[in-house]
Write a protein that binds this ligand. Structure first.
Ligand SMILES: Cc1cc2nc3c(=O)[nH]c(=O)nc-3n(C[C@H](O)[C@H](O)[C@H](O)COP(=O)(O)O)c2cc1C
Length: 428
C-alpha cells in the first residue's frame, strides 16, 4: 500500500520511427528514479520495432480485414465489421489489436510480437541509459465486455507483478477473501492514460510512488480458457461444436451435463410436446448392460446379413471403444406418443419425421451446450440400428425412436481447424 502516487506525462518526445532507440528518447526527456513505473503505449513500440504495415488507402477496409484475420488465432465473435479476436500474443481484443489511429491513412500498426519481451528489453535499456531501476508497462486501449468505453490495459510488463493476490487474506471483519485478485498492471495502465490522452503527443507516462517490484507476464492477466465464461460469441458457440472421438480422462463436472440437458429441452417440437429423453448411463453397470444389449443385437443382425465374423467383431470393437470409454454417455430417444394418428402412410411418415427432426434439434442443442463448456462430443448412431432392443434395455415405453448416443468428454487433443462449411442457403 502506498501513501500517494504521482503520475505525469513525458512531453516533447519526437515522432518515433522504425529502429529508434526508445530508451534513449525517454531517458533524454525525463529524469527517472528507482521504483518508477514507465508506462508506454504499445503503438510507439510497434513503430520502433517496425510493426507498421503499408496498405492501399482506397481499399482500407478490405486490407484491414485481411490483416486482422492474419493477426488472429481465434475469432471470439464478430458483428458487422467489428471482430473480437484472440491474437498470437494471447490477448483478446477488438480487431486483433490492428489499429490505424495516430498513423497516416496508408499505414496500420500491429501489436508488438512479444510485448513482455519488448517491455523487458526497454527496461534493461532504460537502466543502461538512466541508471534507474524502473518497471515498464506496455499498454493498449481495450474495450470491455458489459461496459461502454475503453480503458488502457497492460499488454506487456517487466519488473512488476501484474496481479496483486489477496486470496486467502482476511478483511477487517475477519472474512477470508476468496476471489480478490487485483489486476494492478491494468490499474496503473488506466491511471497513466489520464495524462497520456489518445493523441500521439504523450505516449509515455511515469507513475511514481508505487515502488513497483516483482515479476510476471502480462499473459497472467488473460483468463485461462477453462475460467473464461464468455469464450465464444453466440454464433461462434455453435461453430465451436466439433465431433470428438477420443477423450482425456479429465473429470467432467456433472452439473454441466444437467445444464446441457436443460438447454436440449428448449428445442422446438411438434404439437407442443416435449418428446425427447436422454438417458445418462452414469454407472459402469448401466453402461455395460446397455452396450451388451446393443452388441448382441448388432451381432445377430450382421450375422443374418452374412457379414464376415471378423468384420463384425472389428466394428463392434470400434464402436465399443468409443462408447465404453467416453467419460459421459447419453442414449437419446424421441417418443412418438404425441404424434397425430393418420390412416394414410404419407401423413404417418410426415408425423414421425417431425418428431425425429425435433429430436435432432434437441441433440444439437445438447452438443452445443457441452461445447460451450469446453466438452467435445460425438453423436454415435449405434442404437438407431437396434431401436427396439435399445428402448427395452433402458425402459423406454410406447412408440419411440432410438436416435443414437452422445459420447462426451474433454477432447484428448485439439481437433484440426474446421474446413469452412460454406453456406447451405439457396436464394430463388
Ligand atoms: C445422426 C448422426 C449419426 C452419427 N453417427 C456417427 C457414428 O456412428 N460414429 C461416428 O464416429 N460419428 C458419427 N456421427 C458424427 C459425424 O461423423 C460428424 O458429425 C461428421 O464427421 C462431421 O464432423 P463435425 O461434427 O466435427 O462437424 C454422426 C452424426 C450424426 C448427425
Amino acid at each position: 500500500m502506498t501513501g500517494g502516487i504521482e503520475i505525469f506525462g513525458v512531453h516533447g518526445l519526437p515522432q518515433v520511427n522504425a529502429g529508434d532507440e526508445l530508451a534513449s528518447l525517454i531517458a533524454g526527456s525525463v529524469i527517472l528514479r528507482d521504483g518508477d513505473v514507465v508506462v508506454v503505449t504499445s503503438k510507439i513500440v510497434s513503430k520502433a520495432e517496425g510493426r507498421l504495415v503499408e496498405i492501399d488507402p482506397l481499399s482500407r477496409d478490405e486490407e484491414r480485414a485481411r490483416i486482422v484475420a492474419s493477426e488472429s488465432v481465434r475469432i471470439v465473435t464478430q458483428r458487422g465489421p467489428i471482430v473480437i479476436a484472440e491474437t498470437a500474443q494471447g490477448l483478446v481484443c477488438a480487431n486483433a489489436g490492428v489499429d490505424g489511429s495516430n498513423l497516416p491513412q496508408d499505414r496500420l500498426a500491429l501489436l508488438p510480437v512479444d510485448p513482455d519481451g519488448s517491455a523487458a528489453r526497454l527496461r534493461e535499456a532504460l537502466r543502461a541509459a538512466s541508471g534507474a531501476r524502473v518497471a515498464v508497462i506496455l499498454t493498449d486501449t481495450f474495450g470491455r465486455p458489459w461496459r461502454t468505453g475503453q480503458v488502457n490495459v497492460a499488454i506487456g510488463v517487466a519488473g512488476i507483478a501484474p496481479l496483486r493476490d489477496h486470496r486467502g487474506d482476511k478483511d477487517t471483519y475477519g472474512n477470508i477473501l476468496e476471489a480478490t485478485l487485483i489486476a494492478e498492471a491494468d490499474e496503473i495502465a488506466s491511471a497513466a492514460e489520464l495524462v497520456m490522452g489518445k493523441t500521439d503527443e504523450v505516449p509515455v507516462a511515469i507513475v511514481r510512488g508505487l515502488s513497483a517490484n516483482g515479476d510476471g507476464s502480462a499473459r497472467d492477466l488473460v483468463r485461462l480458457p477453462e475460467e473464461d465464461f464468455f469464450r465464444f460469441g453466440t454464433i461462434e458457440a455453435i461453430e465451436a461444436r466439433r465431433t470428438i472421438r477420443m477423450f482425456s480422462d479429465r473429470d467432467v463436472d456433472h452439473t454441466v451435463v444437467g445444464r446441457a440437458a436443460r438447454a436440449a429441452a428448449t428445442a422446438p417440437a411438434p404439437h407442443h410436446t416435449k418428446p425427447w429423453t436422454f438417458v445418462w448411463l452414469k454407472s459402469d453397470a448401466a453402461r455395460a448392460d446397455f452396450l451388451d444389449v446393443m452388441s448382441a443385437a448388432w451381432r445377430s443382425d450382421l450375422q443374418r446379413d452374412g457379414t464376415d465374423s471378423a468384420v463384425i467383431e472389428r466394428r463392434l470393437e470400434r464402436s465399443g471403444a468409443l462408447l465404453g470409454s467416453a467419460p459421459i454417455l447419453l442414449a437419446c430417444f424421441v417418443s412418438l406418443n404425441g404424434a397425430d394418428a393418420y390412416p394414410d402412410e404419407r401423413r404417418r411418415v410426415a408425423e414421425r419425421d417431425m418428431f425425429v427432426a425435433s429430436a435432432g434439434a434437441a441433440i444439437q442443442n445438447l452438443m452445443i451446450a457441452l461445447a460451450s463448456n469446453g466438452l467435445g462430443s460425438c453423436w454415435v448412431s449405434s442404437s438407431m440400428f437396434c431401436p427396439e432392443e435399445a428402448a427395452r434395455a433402458l425402459g423406454i415405453d410406447g412408440p419411440a425412436s432410438a436416435l443414437g448416443c452422445i459420447a462426451a468428454g474433454y477432447p484428448l487433443e485439439e481437433p484440426p481447424p474446421r474446413v469452412p462449411a460454406g453456406s447451405c442457403l439457396l436464394i430463388r
